[in-house]
Design a protein around this ligand. Structure first.
Ligand code: SF4
Length: 251
């Protein structure tokens, strides 16, 4: 039996627009490069490499020193970025500003990151595989686990926090189910506005997330069976790579 592969990104796609999910997850169509996404990749790479340095060298100054090298590596992998980014100084300044904000939120010289970009996975059930990449997972000497995710955008408006936390609850659920340890803290660091969203998950939270995942998995399996993928137009369409072929705009 082939399994449905679920990850926080694909779940978000399906919830936002089933047609978008189909283009990405089923058809695997190529997409336009997103400057915002590439900026996010660069910031994530720098924050990943930051923890390779000895604790006392994890300063903003040192971090800004490694920025050009990591940017060059990214450019080597995607040379088309050179033409997309017209003002490289403005681009670097924006990245530097996001990194400066990171240093207002954490003191990386005071702790060790146990794992970075860790792949977590499990079978949600026989026909559903669930996985994701956790930006950082810290295990305290006392055994408490903290799951951290960096965001280069702004924190959600009041009332939207639960939606934002769902991604981290998925990671927490996988960790709990596979390692037998309930993470103590979920932490979203928003470098766009310097806000932090923290949550201590309960068993009820994670079981609730698991039930929601089952419902989403059933909806995807049904769409696969019927081959019906409803387009759901929204503000996201303005950034969607598939607008030109989407039935919502072509019929
Ligand atoms: S253009 Fe809008 S409705 Fe169409 S696939 Fe993209 S997000 Fe969905």
């Amino acid at each position: 039996m082939s399994k449905v592969r679920l990850s926080p990104s694909r779940i978000s796609d399906f919830n936002n627009c089933p047609q978008l999910y189909k283009y990405r997850a089923i058809d695997q169509l190529p997409e336009k490069i997103s400057v915002d996404a590439e900026r996010g990749t660069l910031v994530h790479s720098i924050l990943h490499d930051l923890f390779d340095s000895p604790a006392l060298e994890r300063t903003l100054h040192k971090t800004l020193e490694i920025l050009p090298d990591i940017w060059e590596k990214q450019l080597a992998e995607k040379p088309e970025l050179r033409t997309l980014i017209s003002d490289e100084k403005e681009w670097s300044d924006r990245v530097a500003s996001l990194l400066s904000t990171y240093f207002l939120l954490e003191e990386p010289e005071t702790f060790e990151a146990t794992s970075r970009e860790i792949h977590v996975e499990m079978d949600l059930r026989d026909d559903v595989y669930l996985h994701g990449y956790v930006d950082r997972l810290d295990v305290a000497p006392t055994g408490e686990v903290r799951i951290v995710d960096y965001k280069t955008g702004k924190a959600p408006k009041p009332g939207w926090e639960e939606k934002a936390l769902f991604q981290l609850r998925i990671y927490a659920l996988i960790y709990w189910r596979t390692q037998g340890v309930m993470p103590k803290l979920l932490q979203l660091l928003y470098l766009g506005d310097g806000k932090v969203l923290k949550n201590t998950p309960t068993e009820a939270d994670l079981i609730g997330a698991e039930k929601s995942l089952m419902v989403i998995a059933d909806q995807i399996l049904l769409a696969l069976t019927t081959d019906e993928w409803k387009p759901k137009p929204s503000r996201l369409c303005d950034w969607c790579s598939f607008k030109e072929i989407c039935p919502a705009f072509t019929t």
